[in-house]
Design a protein around this ligand. Structure first.
Ligand SMILES: Cc1cc2nc3c(=O)[nH]c(=O)nc-3n(C[C@H](O)[C@H](O)[C@H](O)COP(=O)(O)OP(=O)(O)OC[C@H]3O[C@@H](n4cnc5c(N)ncnc54)[C@H](O)[C@@H]3O)c2cc1C
Length: 609
């Protein structure tokens, strides 16, 4: 069949599939090439979920293109939960972003890991599962055009994706899912330091809650995790691997899309496919030229940095910005790459008097034993160790929790380094513990902007962390609240002194200086291609279809779609968006809204709705 040369070379699997497709589906007349119904760009968290849902109908030909490599079964750094720090900073797993010099952090660049492997960031993340607060979604729903994105409309999709093993009652008042692809384990939070954490919260005047993802988010509780039977349950493992044998689903890995094509002579705003480059083993561009793949629909699932980058490279973005780089404008959508949000966090670390922390597991000589135990899905290798935490208000005037805490029975940074003793001797502490804390609703906003037409070059990412009055106030409250909890009587038997920030950081100014110097990202970049009403100049996507305004056949589904970041980690909301988007794309009736009551602290009396 004429046109086959356009899909050749390295993409043998595609050619095979295309040969079959051509018999079934014909080809685009004017272009004379074969065409997929859906080309999904990015086999990450949202991309894997969409690949599953869109290919469930065998009449849809779906191609999933992922820049990273496969998440091979033998890859212990992906699948062993406790190995979560290893992929970060490695080009075999990580896109290795860095922010622009942050003006309110002394010009520091903040490192941002992003998954570059099948499963995307869900293959390298901390596996903490947080839906966010129902009031997050009601805030979304109150925005013009987003009536169908309030909590009642999102809850059914959270339930559809979950199998909640945690808690005594799996049905959790009808608020949790029971047979979705994401199996969620909890705890066991057996270390005595977790017990101290949960008791200290109550001593400090906060409440316990049964399930932060259930009726009441606010309070202290064990946390759910994306771990199943001692292995990471990434989006790839949960959604993609079980359906990879579908004949209508093709997976292409180590292939980077560098442009969305708009070459329909009859409609210059219609996406007709993508241009793809095969990458080398180390994830770099090879010498082979880009290949064209034709699609009726292109769905970008590249995440909050890569999707706006790809849109801008393809001529969709702010006219002035694109023209300054000599990129022909397909659609003037000024919100592309704007509204960037994230969570920043600090570690507040203590030395432990008692030898109860999991610090000794860091010893190199113990690793073979931990690995061996993990082969039988036992031992410290089979947990992410983020087994408990809390959601609290930093002051009583907040309408719902604005601080999230993760408690760890170890003092360690994300890069795996442990702190030195506070006496300045340079010796490493033997036992410690820490909380991660940071404000959840910073009103700082940043941007993702390409600075060249070269798809190999990362876009410039600027967060403007700590740039607002609200941000600074909440940071001071966050650090003070953490210290209040960690110095409650429940910790007396463990507390051998604060290591970080340490007693020299006391005044508001000292706290802010330390936060600017020591904080790290909680790795939740989002909101750069947000849904919103068409007359909102910063809206990028139609909330009823996920289509990019001003274009045809082009949609975005990933963490960038959120209008505002959720109160908690961002994986679960991203997966909920993917589940809901699948129905919107397929045009099937959405799941009916769910009115199961939830706790709302802004309602007088503490309120059930
Ligand atoms: C280290 C780390 C720890 C985290 N910890 C947690 C946690 O514990 N809990 C939590 O809820 N959230 C956590 N997060 C955040 C969460 O994982 C993300 O918000 C979520 O996974 C984002 O999903 P996504 O689909 O938007 O993007 P991703 O999952 O990142 O997927 C994007 C995919 O697109 C691919 N891609 C990008 N551009 C192209 C292109 N041009 N061509 C082809 N493929 C492309 C990428 O390689 C990637 O696979 C963490 C994130 C990181 C990085």
């Amino acid at each position: 069949m004429a046109g086959s040369g356009l899909i050749a070379g390295p993409f043998r699997g595609v050619v095979r599939r295309a040969t079959r497709m051509v018999e079934q589906r014909g080809f685009i007349e004017w272009q004379n090439v074969w065409v997929y119904d859906y080309v999904i760009v990015g086999g990450g968290s949202a991309g894997c979920a969409l690949a599953n849902r869109l290919s469930a109908d065998p009449s849809h030909e779906v191609l999933l293109i992922e820049a990273g490599r496969r998440d091979w079964k033998w890859d212990v750094f992906i699948h062993m939960p406790a190995a979560l720090a290893f992929p970060i900073g490695s080009r075999f797993y990580d896109w290795k972003y860095e922010s622009e010099p942050e003006p309110h952090m002394g010009g520091r660049r903040v490192y941002h890991a992003r998954g570059k492997v099948l499963g995307g960031s869900s293959s390298i993340n901390g596996m903490i599962f947080q839906r966010g607060n129902p009031m997050d979604y009601d805030k979304w729903g109150a925005m013009p055009g987003l009536e169908n994105w309030d909590w009642r409309h999102c809850l059914p999709y959270f339930k559809r994706m979950e199998t909640t093993l945690a808690g005594q009652d799996p049905s959790q008042d009808g608020l949790r899912g029971e047979d979705g692809p994401l199996t969620l384990e909890r705890g066991p939070a057996k270390n005595p330091l977790f017990d101290a954490w949960l008791r200290a919260g109550v001593e400090a005047g906060f409440n316990r809650t049964d399930d932060v993802n259930g009726h009441r988010q606010e309070g202290f509780a064990p946390f759910d995790k994306n771990v199943s039977r001692g292995r990471r349950l990434s989006a790839a493992r949960a959604y993609l691997h079980p359906v990879l044998d579908r004949p209508n689903l093709t997976l292409m890995t180590r292939a980077q899309v560098d442009e969305v094509l708009f070459d329909d002579p009859n409609d210059s705003t219609r996406a007709t496919g993508v241009s793809v480059r095969k990458l080398g083993l180390a994830g770099r561009f090879g010498r082979k030229p880009a290949e064209k793949v034709a699609a009726r629909e292109v769905v970008l699932c590249g995440g909050a940095f890569n999707s706006p980058q790809l849109l801008q490279l393809s001529g969709v973005g702010d006219r002035e910005h694109l023209e300054s780089l000599g990129i022909p404008v397909v659609a003037h959508v000024p919100g592309v790459g704007e509204n960037l949000q994230d969570h920043l966090e600090v570690y507040i670390q203590y030395e432990s008097k008692q030898p109860v922390s999991i610090q000794p597991h860091l010893a190199h000589w113990k690793k073979p034993w931990i690995g061996l135990q993990w082969l039988f899905r036992r031992g410290p290798g089979s947990s992410n160790h983020f087994e408990a935490g809390a959601f609290v208000k930093s002051n009583p005037s907040e309408s719902y929790p604005n601080l999230m805490f993760h408690f760890l029975p170890i003092a360690i940074r994300y890069d795996g380094s442990s702190p030195g003793r506070p006496d300045g001797s340079g010796a490493k502490i033997e036992h410690g513990y820490q909380v991660h804390v940071g404000p959840m609703y910073s009103d700082a906003r940043g941007t993702v902007k390409i600075t060249s037409r070269d798809p190999k070059q990362h876009p410039a990412v600027l967060f403007n962390y700590l740039s607002t009055e609200q941000d600074r106030r909440e940071w001071i409250e966050a650090v003070r609240t953490a210290r209040t909890i960690l110095t409650q009587p429940a910790f007396d038997e463990f507390n051998a002194g604060e290591i970080s920030p340490g007693p020299s950081v006391e005044t508001d100014q000292e706290i802010m200086d330390w936060v600017a110097k020591d904080s790290e990202t909680a790795l939740h970049p989002s909101c750069t291609t947000r849904i919103g009403a068409q007359d909102d100049p910063m809206s990028v996507l139609d909330p009823e279809t996920m289509k990019v305004w001003g274009t045809e056949g082009l949609r975005v589904v990933d963490a960038g779609c959120m209008p505002n970041v959720s109160n908690g980690n961002t994986y679960a909301p991203t997966m909920m968006i993917a589940e809901k988007a699948a129905d919107l794309i397929l045009g099937v009736a959405p799941l009916p809204p769910d009115d199961t009551p939830v706790y709302r602290s802004d309602v007088v009396g503490g309120g059930r709705r």
